[in-house]
Design a binder for this molecule. Structure first.
Ligand code: NAD
Length: 557
């Protein structure tokens, strides 16, 4: 909230509606727009600022301008605008500050002193709120994440302008768009010519659609399209950085990296977008593993802000510094992590999805689990998310790994749905059914029948499960795994883990991420609840770090 009078002065300058829009959204205005709406009086070019300012002062003197106090300007009356705006901002933590900012702008319809007093009281409410503490934590976590052990001013990033993406599938396309949006030149390669052709057509359609929506003009759309060109291995010698996004298959990735190693300049960075494979094993397929690292983008890669930067055993400081600089250039939150199965985010996801699956056999429906999780504040519940990501993707990962017999029960429903060809949104059915052309998940009696059959097969007794149990059983394993990730040094800081789950997995930002949430609940209580749900040892053992901290209720930071 722009306290200190911002919510009182801005409506007097540009009107209630425009001020409310700017203040609630936190948008940034281009200078010309700020001038056009009356928020600033004059603009001057930077290189000519001194003389332009003097000219403006002379103009004020010549026209006999008098002091002009914004507080004395009249304000428009409250004409139902605020009622409508406040109806869209319920008094819940997710829009705690926006609601209070709107109330403060509404107070600008009062005499100035009364409005200022009201603004100060509302600002104080915001400043003291747990939401503010969570968001301030994330603000600093984002700055901290850029500080990485062993890097510093002595190790500047290498230049990155020409990039290449290997594999023009879902991820390759998104990564190429993210790069072109940031002004980088991209060559896109695929061994299936039709995939490459399709991706290039999608690039064009994407940018023309955005131009059609007024995001930028058609000339800009053409410029961005032109940055993405088809390429072949012979052109890789030009590339400063290559991102591989071929199928998730270790043998294939090793083959691709051996080829990249042979074709690229010795100083080019070679990155893999693998979600689960061993980056060190991939690096070992090259003669120069020090320039290999993981760049784990999230789908859609041109939208999602998270970028996990996987530091291999041999990854050099300059390669890592370059990857961090690339994250900044792409306007992403780069979080460095070590090599392990699933890195930070997907490794934590495992226990969360496992419990969600278990709840289905014990008595909950997919819609009930999802409602409890979105009620907690997640952008999406685990089953709507599985349908979006593809049930087949998770299934193949489990098959490759081999499912522990103890876990079979938890993954049973997803497995049956896979066998039925219900892969999620892409096949029109998964944990939910979908109407053609509509992404709204609809409960499906066929899924209820699958759940009933699996419940009977495993001989599980069904019972009513409330929202609190659903949330705790899904979220506590996530925190427990995060404690191991922190203890093992896979993540350098608790805040890094929070950033991963906020920006990659829809964890509610106003709760500050899983680690901050654990701190606010108290690690002693978190461990206590974990043990209560873990009487049968199903959740595995408590993480040693969680036990150490819980002993005197110390926080994770
Ligand atoms: P995809 O199947 O959509 O695309 C893979 C593309 O790679 C295909 O177009 C294929 O023709 C091409 N390809 C295969 N072998 C090749 C080769 N030797 N040379 C050049 N191109 C080749 O797959 P995807 O979903 O884009 O996933 C790609 C990678 O990204 C995988 O490692 C995956 O684990 C990872 N990933 C996926 C997601 C996701 O949500 N889909 C998220 C993060 C990471």
């Amino acid at each position: 909230m722009p306290g200190a009078g911002g919510t009182q002065r801005m409506p007097r300058l540009i009107g209630n509606a425009a001020a409310l829009d700017l203040i609630i959204s936190g948008k940034t205005l281009a200078a010309a727009k700020a001038r056009a709406c009356g928020l600033v009086d004059a603009l001057a070019p930077v290189e000519d600022f001194g003389s332009a300012a003097l000219d403006y002062v002379r103009h004020l003197l010549e026209t006999g301008a008098k002091p002009r106090r914004t507080r004395d300007m009249p304000v428009a009356a409250d004409d139902g605008l605020f009622e409508a705006a406040l109806a869209k901002l319920p008094d819940v933590p997710a829009c705690f500050a926006q609601r209070r900012a709107a109330l403060a702008v509404q107070a600008a319809t009062l005499p100035f002193a009364a409005g200022r007093a009201r603004e100060a009281a509302l600002f104080d409410e915001c400043a003291r709120s747990p939401t503010a503490a969570a968001l301030i934590h994330l603000f600093f976590a984002e700055r901290e994440a850029t500080k990485v052990a062993g890097l510093g001013p002595a190790m500047p990033p290498g230049p990155v302008q020409r990039c290449a993406v290997i594999g023009a599938g879902t991820m390759g396309l998104g990564i190429a768009l993210a790069m072109a949006d940031a002004g980088l030149d991209v060559r896109i390669l695929d061994n299936a010519p039709e995939s490459r052709t399709r991706a290039l057509a999608q690039v064009e359609a994407h940018y023309l659609r955005l131009a059609g929506k007024g995001r930028f003009d058609e000339a800009e759309a053409r410029r961005r399209c032109a940055r993405i060109q088809p390429g072949d291995y012979a052109q890789l010698a030009e590339a400063d950085l290559v991102v591989e996004a071929v199928f998730e298959d270790l043998a294939l990735k090793k083959k691709v990296f051996a080829e990249l190693d042979a074709q690229c300049r010795p100083d080019a960075i070679l990155a893999s977008n693998t979600s689960t494979l061993d980056v060190d094993a991939i690096a070992a397929a090259t003669r120069s593993p020090q320039r290999v690292l993981g760049l784990h983008f999230f789908s859609p890669a041109n939208v999602m802000r998270l970028l996990e930067i996987v530091r291999g055993r041999e990854t050099s400081g300059p390669a890592l510094a370059t990857a961090l600089a690339l994250a900044r250039r792409l306007r992403k939150v780069g979080v460095v992590c070590g090599v392990c199965d699933g890195f930070i985010g997907n490794r934590m996801l495992e226990g969360y999805l496992r419990e969600a699956g278990g709840l289905l056999l014990e008595g909950a429906s997919p819609a009930q689990v999802d409602a409890a999780i979105t009620g907690f504040g997640f952008a999406m519940g685990p089953f709507a998310m599985s349908d979006l990501a593809g049930i087949d993707v998770g299934y193949r990962v489990h098959q490759q790994r081999g499912i522990d017999p103890v876990d079979a029960q938890y993954y049973a429903v997803g497995g049956r749905l896979y066998e039925m060809g219900r892969y999620g949104q892409k096949t029109g059915a998964g944990f939910y059914r979908y109407e053609p052309g509509n992404r709204t998940p609809l409960p499906d009696p066929e899924v209820d029948a699958v759940i009933a059959a699996e419940t009977a097969r495993f001989g599980v007794a069904r019972r009513a499960i409330d929202a609190q149990e659903i949330v705790e059983r899904c979220v506590l394993p996530l925190i427990n795994e995060a404690a191991r990730i922190l203890d093992e040094g896979i993540a350098a800081r608790a805040g890094d883990i929070d950033l991963v789950w906020i920006h990659g997995y829809g964890f509610p930002a106003w709760r500050g991420g899983p680690m901050h949430y654990a701190n606010t609940r108290g690690t002693a209580r978190v461990l206590d609840r974990f043990r209560q749900y873990n009487r049968d040892g199903r959740l595995g053992t408590p993480a040693p770090l969680l036990e150490r901290l819980a002993a005197d209720n110390q926080p994770f930071a």
